[in-house]
Write a protein that binds this ligand. Structure first.
Ligand code: UGA
Length: 424
């Protein structure tokens, strides 16, 4: 099938590659001319394991093309995927201006009877309003809601091994057209109305954010009562009704999705007259988690941060990505800096202009009053802790991901403070 993808961001590029891998021909429209040039030259603007090779393979087979004109990109395409950003706007509401302006631009430029497939995360009701928008300008194009569930760092795997494919449509024939793209993939299809499809996306992210916040708050309670949260969760996750995933305590959630989607869902509910108290509590608990970790670092550095140097391992919002959007690491670093600390960071992939970046994990700890492990990169477990102890000025390690082996850290003569663990 000929598919056009508008927006060469994270979702757009992974979907583009995935669709070519399933044998479809894809033309990508992207407003940023520099990005289009880089893509044509075989580079990818995002770090995602294996993606560069896969995209250049698709170019060589002539299955993919890149265009700085959206109108050019949609020529000959029956399906037009909208993979545009929906950032957090005023009052937490999703900003739909990118999606709306592209729909306005393409309403009458697309092929007759083509289908806009909304991949961007949008509030329930958006597809319905886009449908009206198209009808108002006499366009014959239709709208389908088709949310994505890719995780950064695992996106290529997730595309080929989806837990489910959700399609919300007005016409069964449109749903079938989109479902047909995935012939050959073994998965469950959820075919529903557009608003329910949009809601599935928000509900999934809100549920996952709630679940990991439950793990974080359990870690805090374990800390208070002297239990070990890792043993507690090992016992909890074996209940088949609960299951093993998304129960890793940490510094709260970050990335381009959970913070914005939880905030947006609250406003969606509020606009519909419902107070989503539970989700508001989750957002507040999540925010407090970073303050709590900043406080641990303050204690680890001797009770105050003015003039203190804190080494931070990890800047990315999670391991496996170079993405620092809403990164808990950066948000904690800001709290530490507000209190007068100098933060020296190392990350294998990510970087930030806000921090002094070090070339290695060992360089970062030299002269540090405390060490904070902020991202769960496996390579941090392989750093020689005896050398860390020798280089640090202080002797405390705050492990906000429960990543390191406490025994190994303590054997090097350092204090180990995890989350919800004895001695934390
Ligand atoms: C998330 C969802 O998992 C995807 O299904 C969804 O498609 C995507 O948002 C989106 O809406 O586009 P992503 O933001 O890539 O994916 O990252 P996750 O792996 O879900 O992690 C989100 C945050 O939760 C990270 O800060 C991570 O460190 C944290 N987390 C996750 C924990 O602290 N503990 C856990 O057990 C799991």
């Amino acid at each position: 099938m000929n598919v056009s993808i508008i927006g060469a961001g994270y979702v757009g590029l992974v979907s583009a590659w995935g669709l070519t891998a399933l044998g479809h021909r894809v033309s990508v429209g992207e407003a940023d001319v520099g990005r289009v040039d880089r893509l044509k030259a075989g580079e990818t603007p995002i770090f995602e394991e294996g993606l560069t090779e896969l995209l250049s393979g698709a170019s060589e087979k002539d299955l993919i093309s890149y265009h700085s004109s959206n109108a050019e990109a949609v020529q000959g395409a029956k399906l037009v995927f909208l993979c545009l950003p929906t950032p957090e706007g005023a009052d937490g509401r999703a900003d739909l201006s990118y999606v709306e302006s592209v729909v306005d631009e393409l309403a009458n430029a697309v092929e007759p009877d083509s289908v806009f497939v909304v991949k961007s995360t949008v509030p329930p009701g958006t597809a319905a309003s886009l449908r009206k928008r198209l009808a108002d300008v006499g366009s014959s194009a239709r709208v389908v809601s088709h949310p994505e569930f890719l995780r950064e760092g695992n996106a290529v795997f997730d595309f080929m091994n989806p837990d489910r494919i959700v399609i919300g449509a007005y016409e069964a024939e449109d749903a079938d057209l989109v479902a047909g793209l995935y012939d050959g993939l073994e998965t469950e299809f959820i075919l529903t109305d557009v608003t329910s499809a949009e809601m599935i996306k928000y509900a999934s992210n809100a549920y996952l954010a709630t679940r990991l916040t439950m793990a974080n708050t359990l870690a805090n309670v374990c800390e208070a009562v002297g239990a070990d949260v890792l043993d507690v969760l090992a016992g909890v996750r074996l209940d088949h009704r609960i299951g093993p995933h998304f129960l890793q305590p940490g510094p709260g959630y970050g990335g381009s999705c959970f913070p914005k989607d939880t905030a947006a869902l609250i406003t969606v509910a509020e606009d519909a007259g419902y107070d989503f108290e539970l989700l508001r509590a989750v957002i507040e608990a999540d925010d407090r988690q970073r303050h709590r970790i900043a406080e641990k670092v303050r204690q680890a550095a001797g009770g105050g941060l003015r003039g203190r140097r804190v080494a931070m391992w990890g800047v990315a919002f999670k391991a496996g990505t170079d993405d620092v959007r809403e990164s808990p690491a950066l948000r904690i670093a800001r709290l530490l800096k507000e209190d007068g600390a100098e933060v020296v960071a190392y990350d294998p992939k990510a970087s930030s202009d806000e921090l002094t970046m070090s070339p290695s994990a060992l360089d970062a700890v030299t002269g540090a009053d405390a060490l904070l492990v902020a991202t769960e990169w496996p390579e941090f477990c392989r750093v020689d802790m005896v050398e860390v102890a020798a280089r640090m000025k202080g002797h405390r390690v705050v492990d906000s991901r429960n990543l390191l082996d406490p025994a190994q850290v303590r054997a090097a003569g350092l204090d180990y403070w995890g989350l919800g663990r004895p001695g934390a």
